[in-house]
Design a binder for this molecule. Structure first.
Ligand code: TYD
Length: 139
């Protein structure tokens, strides 16, 4: 499944909870980059593109937001609001992030270093991209 929620380890403790991600154990790619999105003003929308190669794993480290994924045929909304799970998005999937709560932080683990050439920012080009090989995602 190229779009799915992945649960992370969670150590519950009266002193506060702890979760972690290990390369090779919890996410299905080698992480090359981590970035985070924060201080998002109310009503703003992030994303609005797909990647040719890049795979991502998105965690709501704080607060909540919605990720709308689209494989060109079907859209699905995932609400992320806890830091002990995240959303894996394979390559070739259009995504948009919205409904950010105040002080929310989206941490994104990426399988590649930043490359503008890997972005598909035009939805009609996305629909033409690898139309035959685009995988279904689980709904
Ligand atoms: P972009 O991925 O378009 O943002 P969004 O989260 O809305 O999809 O990135 C916004 C800008 O930041 C873009 O001009 C490129 C730059 N950027 C980097 O330089 N390195 C990075 O790792 C990322 C994610 C973005």
């Amino acid at each position: 499944m190229n779009v799915r929620i992945i649960d992370l380890p969670k150590f519950e403790d009266p002193r506060g909870n702890l979760s972690f991600i290990e390369e090779g154990n919890h996410i299905p790619f080698k992480m090359e980059r981590i970035y985070w999105i924060y201080d998002v003003p109310g009503g703003q929308i992030r994303g609005g593109h797909a990647f040719k190669e890049q795979k991502e794993f998105i965690v709501a480290l704080s607060g909540s937001f919605d990720v709308i994924v689209d494989n060109g045929k079907t859209k699905k909304t995932f609400s992320l609001n806890r830091s002990f799970y995240g959303l894996y998005i394979g390559n070739g999937i259009w995504r948009q992030m919205e409904n950010f709560s105040t002080n929310s932080v989206a941490m994104v683990l990426s399988s590649t270093k930043f490359s503008e050439e890997d972005y598909i920012r035009d939805y009609s080009k996305f629909l033409n991209f690898k139309e035959d090989d685009r995988e279904e995602f689980c709904l």
